[in-house]
Design a protein around this ligand. Sequence first.
Ligand code: HEC
Length: 209
Amino acid sequence: MTIRTLIAAGLAIGLCTAASPALAQEKTDAAAFQKMEAAVKATFSRATPEWQKRIELDETQRLCTIARNQVSAADADAIQKRESASIVMPADGKFLGDWKNGFAVANSGRGGQFSDDAKTINGGNCYACHQMDPKELSYGTLGPSLAAYGRDRKYDEAAIKDAWKKIYNSQAVVACSNMPRFGVTKFLDEQQLKDVMAYLFDPNSPVNK
Ligand code: HEC
């Protein structure tokens, strides 16, 4: 685990499922789940109401957490259907923004932390989990390498749409994904999503060099 990965784990609280895949073999029983919920609530008991809201699990997070990410096929279908319904495609039909701004989105782990003020611009922290520019030395490995992502897919229109969906709401694609749901949580805005998409798909982006 790199420092970035640890920061990502912190960022992930409230954005994606908290259960660890390393524990996937064990089934969580109802009592253990309630104990865990009570412990998390107690930890944040003095936090502001806005922060308290971040530890409320939605239905998707609840199902994945109870099953330690090993949901039944039926639950996985239901989750993916519900999460897919939340995806909003870009209003102007353009998926790619500016890759240079996309680098900044991918490389920043700021936003949503107790030490951030209201003016902090949220980052996607993609590097915490993914290799992207193959020349970059520091990256996490929770997710697959995204080096040459666009080039490997021949900048294909369908692959671009699929990547938008994945980044907008990762759990529409993998029911209990550990990747944050950047679009649906509004953690990144539409322009930031377009810019990070360009970082992956612009032929001039260092990701594809
Ligand atoms: C906390 C870790 C984490 C973070 C942060 C993260 N991802 Fe992921 N990502 C994953 C994992 C794990 C997968 C593998 C599939 C899955 O389980 O969802 C993945 C899969 C993907 C895929 C699909 C790869 C394929 O196989 O085609 C894309 C594209 C992607 N991530 C882009 C991003 C971008 C862009 C960002 C930043 C805005 C980001 N990810 C941030 C964990 C993360």
